[in-house]
Design a binder for this molecule. Structure first.
Ligand SMILES: Cc1cc2nc3c(=O)[nH]c(=O)nc-3n(C[C@H](O)[C@H](O)[C@H](O)COP(=O)(O)O)c2cc1C
Length: 214
């Protein structure tokens, strides 16, 4: 598969078939993740694959709490969602939340805190760089899943339950959770292209607002 095809069709998958996803099915995706850039080449990312039914049910129960609150806020317009049809995104996301325990595997992206290198944590605002050594690996993993024909949904709502999740999965002190990725086979083919805003709105030259690719 061409890189361009993987990048432009790696849609968030929120409906899954019952077909299992094996460790072997995911190996290439984890391998691609290994090659992602991270500050100082400290390689802090670790992964945990959850397939145990009881553990997935517990993760679903925790996930549903912030998800239903988010859903209620989205219904009142308090949460801004992007350009894609709001109804469809929310319906799909609600289905995944309700059925998270039936997803073949939930892959938890973790990071060793000591291996992160935030350079912006003293700016008096949210640190963006803090996650910078983790999410490139997560994206490589998602692209690896796409190449393998495996659907995936990157989620972060469960990070609110990090202490509980760490206890459930015996994640040691000094290791944090960055994402929980639902993975499995899709009942439908991958789309031809994702719904994204054009380059004209996102790439500027010399001065903010001057589009390079009009
Ligand atoms: C940082 C981050 C957090 C996300 N958290 C969630 C989540 O908790 N639950 C969920 O259903 N999707 C989550 N998503 C997926 C986004 O909703 C998705 O990437 C976006 O809507 C684009 O959708 P598409 O892949 O279908 O084009 C998250 C994505 C990112 C990058």
């Amino acid at each position: 598969m061409e890189l361009s095809e993987a990048i432009t069709t790696a849609v968030t998958t929120r409906y899954f078939t019952d077909e299992p996803v094996t460790d072997a099915d995911l190996q290439a995706a984890f391998d691609y993740a290994r090659f992602a850039p991270q500050g100082g080449n400290r390689q802090p990312v670790r992964w945990l694959i959850v397939r145990d039914g009881d553990k997935k049910r517990q993760l679903r129960d925790w996930y549903l709490q912030p998800w239903k609150a988010y859903l209620a806020a989205a219904g009142t317009g308090d949460v801004a969602i992007g350009s894609e049809s709001l109804d469809r995104v929310l319906r799909n996301a609600d289905h995944m939340a309700e059925h998270l325990d039936e997803v073949p595997a939930i892959v938890v992206a973790c990071a060793e805190l000591d291996g992160l290198h935030p350079t912006d944590h003293e700016l008096g605002r949210l640190s963006i760089v803090g996650g910078g050594s983790v999410y490139p690996a997560v994206q490589n993993f998602l692209l690896g899943c796409r190449e393998a024909g495996i659907g995936a949904a990157l989620t972060t709502l469960l990070c609110m339950f990090e202490p509980q999740v760490k206890e459930l999965l015996a994640i040691p002190d000094g290791v944090v959770t960055a994402a929980h990725i639902a993975v499995g086979r899709r009942p439908k083919p991958f789309p031809m292209k994702l719904d994204r805003i054009p380059l004209a709105d996102t790439v500027f030259g010399d001065e903010w607002g001057t589009s390079v690719y009009a």
